[in-house]
Design a binder for this molecule. Structure first.
Ligand code: UD1
Length: 422
C-alpha cells in the first residue's frame, strides 16, 4: 500500500486547478441508465471512485468510455441492462447505491447489494428505501441485497424526507423523472451536486424545478434522450486546497473556485483571519497576519459547513491561537483523524459529536494512518506546516477523492511525495 511522505515547513505559492466534483460525477454517471441515448460528461475527475462506478455501470450492461485521459466519460445504455449490482463492486463504495433509482425507473426492478464506503458511521439506507417506496416500489432486504420491484411501474408522489439526505434525494430524482405523473420531494438536499444532477437530467429532457431549494418538483416524462453535461467544480477539493496556504503559509489561487460553492466555509476562514479573494479565475487564499484565529464550526447539510471539510478544518485549527469547538451533526463517528492529529502534537478532546481543539504553536511530524478519504487529506494538510517529516500510510483512501494531489501541492512548493508500497 502506498504512503505519502510530507516534509513540513515550506510556504506555498502558486495556483491549483480544481477538478470536477467526485460526488457530482458519481450521481451523474448512473443517469446514463435512464436513457438509451448517449450521455457524455465533461470535466470529470480522474479518481478511483469514478473507476469503481465505471466498473459497476459496465457490469450492468452500460458502455462507459474514458476519453481525454479520463476527463470525459462517454456513456451509453442502449444495450440490454441487467438489474443486479453485485456486492463485489458495490462494497468498494457507498455511492454505488445510486444505481437503485435509475434501475427501478428503467427496468421496474433492481437487486442492489448494500454498500460499503468510508467507515464514518452507520450510514443506513432507510431514507433511500422510503423515498423509492413512496413512488410505488416495494423493497426488501434479503441476503445483503436490496430487492426492489415496482410491479405497476413507478407513480409520482409527494415525499417528505426526515433528513435531507444527498443520496436519497438523488435516487428519488432519478426514479421520479420517468414515473407517471408529478412528484414533490420535501426537505430535499440542496447541495450543488444535486443542482448539477438536475441540470443534467433537464438537458436529457426531464421536467424538474426547485433544485437548490428544499422542495423539488418533478413532472414525469415517458423517455429521456442523450445529452452532454460539464461536471460542476469539486467544492470539497476546492476547500481542501484553500486550506493549504492557510495552514502552511504563503498564497494559493484555486482556479475554477467559486465562493457560492463554499460560502459558509469561506465565512469560517475569514473568521479565522484568513483572506479569501475572488479573482475572476478562482479564489486566492492567504493568511491575514501571523497566527490563525480560533473558530467554532458546526457541520450541517448545504448551505451549512460541509461535513466533508470538517477534518481538514480541524487540521487548520490545531495551530490556531485559542480554543475551537467542532461539532459534527451529519455523521456520527467522524473524528477518526483526531487521534492521528494528536500523534502530531495537537491537543484535541473528543466528546460525543464535539471535538475541542486547543491550538498549539506548531505540530511535529510523525508516522500517522489515514482512516477515511477526508481524514487522510487532513493529515497531509497538517503535515505541510509540521516540523520535520510525516509519513501518512494507507493513502488508498486519498486516491478515491483527490487526483494528482502530490503534483498539485508540489507545484506550489510543498514537499510531498508518494512512497510506493509493495
Ligand atoms: C454524500 C456524499 C458524502 C457527504 C454526504 C453528506 C456522495 C457520493 N457522498 O453522502 O461525501 O459526506 O453526502 O454531505 O455524494 N442517512 C440515513 N438514512 C439514509 C441515508 C442517510 O440515516 O437512508 C444518514 C447518514 O447515515 C448520515 C446522513 O444521513 O448520517 C447524511 O447522509 P447522506 O446525505 O445520505 O450522505 P451520502 O449521500 O451517503
Amino acid at each position: 500500500m502506498d504512503s505519502i511522505l510530507v516534509r513540513g515547513g515550506a510556504e506555498l505559492k502558486g495556483e491549483i486547478e480544481i477538478a470536477g466534483a467526485k460526488n457530482a460525477c458519481l450521481a451523474l454517471m448512473p443517469a446514463t441508465l435512464l436513457s438509451e441515448e448517449p450521455l457524455t460528461l465533461t470535466n470529470a475527475p480522474r479518481l478511483s471512485d469514478i473507476r469503481t462506478m465505471t466498473m459497476l455501470l459496465q457490469s450492468l450492461g452500460a458502455e462507459v468510455q474514458n476519453l481525454a485521459g479520463g476527463k470525459v466519460q462517454a456513456m451509453s445504455s442502449h444495450a440490454e441492462i441487467t438489474p443486479i449490482a453485485d456486492y463485489d463492486i458495490v462494497r468498494k463504495m457507498r455511492a454505488s447505491n445510486l444505481v437503485l433509482g435509475p434501475l427501478l425507473a428503467r427496468l421496474g426492478h433492481a437487486v442492489v447489494s448494500l454498500p460499503g464506503g468510508c467507515a464514518i458511521g452507520a450510514r443506513p439506507m432507510d431514507l433511500h428505501i422510503d423515498a423509492l417506496e413512496s413512488l410505488g416500489a416495494r423493497i426488501e432486504l434479503r441476503d445483503g441485497y436490496l430487492h426492489a420491484k415496482a410491479a405497476q411501474g413507478l407513480k409520482g408522489a409527494r415525499y417528505e424526507m426526515r433528513f435531507a439526505s444527498v443520496g436519497a434525494t438523488e435516487n428519488f430524482l432519478m426514479a421520479a423523472v420517468l414515473a407517471k405523473g408529478s412528484s414533490q420531494l420535501v426537505n430535499a438536499a440542496r447541495e450543488p451536486e444535486i443542482v448539477d444532477l438536475v441540470k443534467c437530467l433537464r438537458a436529457m429532457g426531464a421536467q424538474i424545478s426547485g433544485e437548490g431549494t428544499s422542495t423539488i418538483e418533478i413532472q414525469g416524462v415517458d423517455r429521456l434522450h442523450g445529452a452532454t453535461h460539464p461536471v460542476v467544480t469539486d467544492r470539497i477539493e476546492l476547500g481542501t486546497y484553500m486550506l493549504a496556504p492557510a495552514i502552511a503559509g504563503g498564497e494559493v489561487e484555486c482556479i475554477g473556485g467559486r465562493r457560492d460553492l463554499v460560502a459558509s466555509f469561506c465565512d469560517k476562514l475569514e473568521a479565522a483571519e484568513i483572506e479569501v479573494e475572488e479573482t475572476g479565475r478562482g479564489l486566492k487564499v492567504k493568511r491575514k497576519n501571523g497566527r490563525v484565529g480560533a473558530v467554532d464550526v458546526v457541520t450541517a447539510p448545504f448551505p451549512g459547513f460541509p461535513t466533508d471539510l470538517q477534518a481538514q478544518m480541524m487540521a487548520l485549527l490545531c495551530t490556531a491561537d485559542g480554543v475551537s469547538v467542532l461539532e459534527e451533526t451529519v455523521f456520527e463517528n467522524r473524528f477518526m483523524h483526531a487521534p492521528e492529529l494528536v500523534r502530531m502534537g495537537a491537543t484535541i478532546d473528543v466528546h460525543g459529536g464535539h471535538a475541542t481543539v486547543t491550538g498549539v504553536e506548531r505540530l511535529k511530524g510523525a508516522p500517522v494512518m489515514a482512516t477515511d478519504l477526508r481524514a487522510s487529506v487532513s493529515l497531509i494538510l497538517a503535515a505541510l506546516a509540521a516540523e520535520g517529516e510525516t509519513l501518512v500510510s494507507r493513502v488508498y483512501h486519498l486516491d478515491r477523492g483527490y487526483e494528482r494531489l502530490e503534483e498539485k501541492l508540489g507545484a506550489c512548493g510543498a514537499r510531498v511525495e508518494r512512497v510506493k508500497g509493495q
